[in-house]
Design a protein around this ligand. Structure first.
Ligand code: SF4
Length: 200
């Protein structure tokens, strides 16, 4: 087939117009799709947090709407983790919310413990206890155990002022000041077995 200059320009123009029309039609479908989707983080308040799972202390951004947790992800501005969370930290969302297997709805995690519980000696079940009762009971057990096991001197007559019956184990959420107070309290009781997960 012989192609004239005029024919070549006409064919090129038609191809360009067809291609442009195709691209525009694709874009309009994409825009319509986006407009239909509700933006997950719309109208949320953002709070920063620290992962509770290990002493790495990775930072998180917690998005909340109407007192409901909407999203939790790594904090890009956190100098320690720079937005990263390991697989354990990335599942922190499930501390409060889980997705149901059948309907894929987001519901409050039914396994989350939201109040203090106690299992009495010999009991098979856990029962409710108020925070006031709990603190009083723990304080009483600590005092009784310390008084019953306190040693002023060891078997060689060396002054030790200690109890070996109590240990203190801290968590990764404690800050410097809290750890200072815990250490002072434990030392004042004579506790020497003191450790903390946040030993980075
Ligand atoms: S995200 Fe992972 S590495 Fe970071 S603090 Fe949590 S558990 Fe540790």
């Amino acid at each position: 087939m012989e192609l004239t200059r005029r024919g070549f320009l006409a064919a090129s123009g038609a191809a360009l117009a067809g291609s442009l029309a195709f691209e525009l039609s694709r874009q309009s479908v994409a825009f319509a799709f986006e407009a239909d989707q509700e933006w997950k983080l719309v109208n949320t308040e953002e709070y920063t947090g620290v992962c509770c799972y290990c002493s790495g202390g990775c930072g998180s951004i917690i998005s909340v709407r109407d007192n409901e947790l909407i999203n939790l992800e790594g904090d890009i501005d956190n100098p320690i983790s720079a937005g990263g969370l390991c697989s354990k930290g990335a599942t922190m969302f499930q501390l409060r919310n889980v997705v149901t297997e059948d309907t894929r709805e987001v519901i409050h995690n039914p396994n989350r413990t939201t109040k203090p519980l106690v299992r009495r000696p010999g009991a098979a079940e856990w029962s409710d206890i108020s925070w006031d009762e709990l603190v009083k009971e723990v304080a009483r057990h600590v005092k009784d155990t310390r008084d019953a096991t306190f040693e002023e001197k060891d078997k060689n007559g060396l002054t030790v002022n200690r109890t070996l019956a109590i240990a203190s184990l801290g968590g990764s959420q404690q800050n410097n000041e809290e750890d200072y107070l815990i250490l002072k309290s434990m030392r004042s009781l004579g506790v020497i077995a003191i450790d903390n997960q946040a030993r980075v």
